[in-house]
Write a protein that binds this ligand. Sequence first.
Ligand code: HEM
Length: 182
Amino acid sequence: MYAEQLKASTRQCHDSVEQQFTRRLFSPKLTADDYASQLTTIRNIYALFCDFDFSAQLKPFAATIPTRLALLNKDLIHLPSPNESQSPAFAANNLTSLDHRVGGLYVLLGSAIGGKIIAKRLQQHAWVDADKHLNFFKFEHHDIAREWNSFKVSLDEHIEVHRADLATVTAGAKMTFGLFAQ
Ligand code: HEM
């Protein structure tokens, strides 16, 4: 499975983003402003990917991107408006090819796996209201493990049918992890 190769080659990126999220989001000092700024960064990444077109194999999975973007906006309505200059909108400068974007899709979909853990930890902050602030991370009504397993099968099909260049897919995944780390 190509996802296993991607997992191995991006493990360090994952672990550093996970550490950063842990430090920022689980800090007892997390404020609504900090949370709004982090969600805005994520929203800008999802907005960027909404404009990308994917192959027939991957389209059904990319369809969750606008759904999750709507959940981010739902949470942000209940949070202070962050200073947009601190959460810049991203340009597609580096995610130039379909192969790069496929790597990015792997990161966006995979990030849902840790979402429930993040939502649970965020509930420890007294000011966090699960109904108002955690819609994105909870991503309810989705069987994330099942969806992830079928994505991995379709990713293999996509890579074989379109003869995708795995080095470029990996580079796209690394760039996308980098966007989350900003
Ligand atoms: C506190 C933050 C996070 C936690 C606790 C967390 C936790 C996890 C866990 C438990 C898995 C499953 C690992 C496995 O099956 O072996 C996972 C997978 C994954 N996570 Fe995270 N994660 C976090 C943040 C993120 C973020 C911010 C991103 C993306 C920017 C991300 C992207 C991924 C990807 C792509 C996978 C799939 C790896 C694979 O099986 O190929 N994670 N995460």
